[in-house]
Design a protein around this ligand. Structure first.
Ligand code: MG
Length: 354
């Protein structure tokens, strides 16, 4: 079986409400869908989502990079995933979202060829994944009202964005604790804090039962993260500090995190995500599967991975919930809050209208 063609299409959908995080504002779900055709008649679908202030990619760069990767993919066997990644890396370093789009489509093809759902192709046996739901930065009272609404809809775990203002971060958690007393809470500071500021607020979060804090410091500050981790009363999660398997090995060696947030769009897809999870597992660290503003296609790919890997202890796969992708994604998974149930059709189980 050989790849005969890659087709890419950009789809941008404005979000009803902008999503505010410490690094910037996301006001659109701007995504690139990829289709890979083969001479065996099998088609694979993928998706790449760039967020400039996180990944350094935009939909324009994803389209350009997918085009640049054609010589590495067209004519290759879809089974040769390691070789294709090495070839893509020789054409362009980084560009994880563009690589993820191709990687996901290739995994869709080979799981279809094997006649099994992707989670089974990856070695898994279960087909359900529970996701948390994220609350962006806003007025603390409004964040608490949102928390109550989400718990009312069935979510059991909430991820709270922070990192713009320490006092507001504390007030938000205090009000959310009252509004949703039984919810499991995580905080994501998106690089917004300093070492002394983080130390003070981490101690207070511990009293509030916050279970982990994600990326408290700038992504490049591995020394600071290691120092903070050695003194924090609650687990520290690395997100923007960990894009690649190499980053994961540095974090492990420097003891700079307790948990690693893997995102297909950072690392370049399922193949690299498996490597990161294996590095973390060997070092005794659990991982979480996170996401960008992705449609149900890339979310399905991440959910298959979670279902297949017991070391992935948590899933933050809520990006699809904020926008309506039904114009493009004709069929994906069932979602009964907070459970994603993957279909047992071969591959991703996702059908696109292109
Ligand atoms: Mg994060």
């Amino acid at each position: 079986m050989r790849v005969t063609r890659i087709t890419a299409e950009r789809v941008a959908i404005r979000l009803e409400k902008p999503f505010v995080v410490a690094l910037g504002v996301i006001d659109a779900a701007d995504t690139v869908f990829v289709k890979i055709d083969t001479d065996a008649g099998l088609t694979g679908y993928g998706e790449g989502v760039g967020i400039g202030f996180v990944t350094g990619e935009t939909s324009e760069t994803v389209l350009g990079a997918v085009k640049a990767f054609e010589p590495a993919v067209v004519g290759a066997s879809p089974w040769a995933i390691d070789q294709i990644h090495r070839s893509m890396d020789r054409i362009l370093v980084r560009n994880g979202a563009a690589k993820a789009a191709i990687d996901i489509a290739l995994h869709d093809v080979v799981a279809k060829a094997a006649g099994v759902p992707l989670y089974e192709y990856l070695g898994g046996t279960r087909n359900t994944v529970e996701t948390d739901m994220t609350i962006g930065i806003g007025e603390p009272a409004a964040m608490a009202a949102k928390a109550a609404e989400l718990v009312g809809r069935g979510y059991r775990e909430l991820k709270i964005k922070a990192g713009l203002d320490y006092a507001a971060d504390r007030q938000a958690i205090a009000l959310i604790r009252q509004a949703a007393p039984d919810a499991r809470l995580k905080v994501d500071a998106n690089q917004g804090w300093t070492v002394p500021g983080a130390l003070a607020i981490l101690a207070w979060y511990a009293d509030q039962g916050v279970e982990s804090v994600e990326q408290p410091l700038p992504y490049w500050d591995i020394d600071g993260a290691a120092y903070l981790r050695s003194r924090s009363p609650i687990p520290i999660m690395a997100d923007e500090s960990c894009f690649t398997p190499h980053d994961a090995s540095v974090i492990v060696r420097r003891q700079a995190a307790d948990i690693i947030n893997i995102k297909l769009m950072k690392c370049g897809g399922i193949y690299r995500a498996l490597q990161i999870d294996a590095i973390a597992e060997a070092a005794g660290l659990p991982t979480m599967l996170g996401c960008m503003q992705e449609s149900r296609l890339a979310i399905a790919a991440a959910a298959h991975l979670v279902a297949a890997r017991p070391n992935v202890a948590d899933a933050d796969l809520d990006g699809f919930a904020e926008f309506d992708d039904s114009a493009v994604v004709r069929r994906a998974f069932d979602f009964d809050v907070p459970i994603i149930k993957l279909p047992d059709t071969p591959g991703l189980g996702v059908d696109l209208a292109f």
